[in-house]
Design a protein around this ligand. Sequence first.
Ligand code: COA
Length: 317
Amino acid sequence: MIRSVIAGTGGYLPARSLSNDELAAEYNLDTSDAWISERTGIRRRHMAAPGETTADMGAAACREALARAGADASEVDAIILATATPDSAFPSTATRVQEKLGIRQGFSFDISAACTGFIYALGVADSMIRTGACRSALVVGAEAFTRILDWSDRGTCVLFGDGAGAVLLRATEVAGEGTDSGILSTHLHSDGRHGDILQVEGGLVRMAGREVFRHAVSKLASAVDEALKANGLDQTDVQWLVPHQANARIIDAMGRKLGLPPERVVVTVDRHANTSAASIPLALADATRDGRIGAGDLVLMEAIGGGLTWGAALARF
Ligand code: COA
């Protein structure tokens, strides 16, 4: 049987990084480092340079994923890119990344599932690899989120940042069902009734923060339970939690639910803020680059975002 194995991870952050105080001064915000960091865990965020596109960031993340997999762009036959901040409605950001990487074969397309986008993209790519529709896929989350923020709304503009992350998935023949490597399963959900609590309206992000918070922990907990159950696993089997990085309080709650010590939860929200679809692959890149996550480790990913959309994925590295 065929499994999608994560062959390499990559991440890219724009050069410019602003602390909470620097952001408040630059945008004349009535806020404080204490308010932001106590409620969210966010201390800094990166911001794309003028003219730096979502595709530029996505391509940079893909280059690192390919290099770390020892792969050449010529082996890639799909690019599936999740973003809420595409460079244009079309061509898709994925095809722009394809062009930047010099890839001439295969297909590429974008996925829209807001902050859950990477889990959705992983689910689609894994399904396509398992059915033989492609042999290898770059799965990308890339966002220029600071371009859709309302700088007069202190309740949202302090929460987000820019960046991109990517993984290279490779079709790998494994002996049989019991063989435990690659993407084990993905679990995708949405409920459009709650679309208005986190949305882009008139080109800018609008969020009912408390409402989103209320949905987050229960929906993430049920997606995580579903993923473990589907694989006959227990929470004690999970070695790493790589959550969507929206808010340290939500991340801590999920770590506690799984009984994981804090050092087994990958956290980047302090340095990156919420980079939407990019946050999980950026966190994966962080924790594989420094050797925390290594071969054989069982990694649980989960995310929730506008839609509402939410989901979870289990992978053995
Ligand atoms: N600095 C200072 N004060 C702020 C502020 C800021 N950046 N943003 C909001 N406030 C104020 C509000 O104006 C309000 O003041 P008031 O009581 O005088 O009206 C007060 O803080 C409380 O606002 P509220 O929005 O109720 O705060 P909260 O405790 O719910 O915290 C969030 C706000 C956004 C941090 C919190 O709701 C949250 O984390 N939600 C989840 C968001 C999320 O994860 N979204 C992404 C999902 S992908």
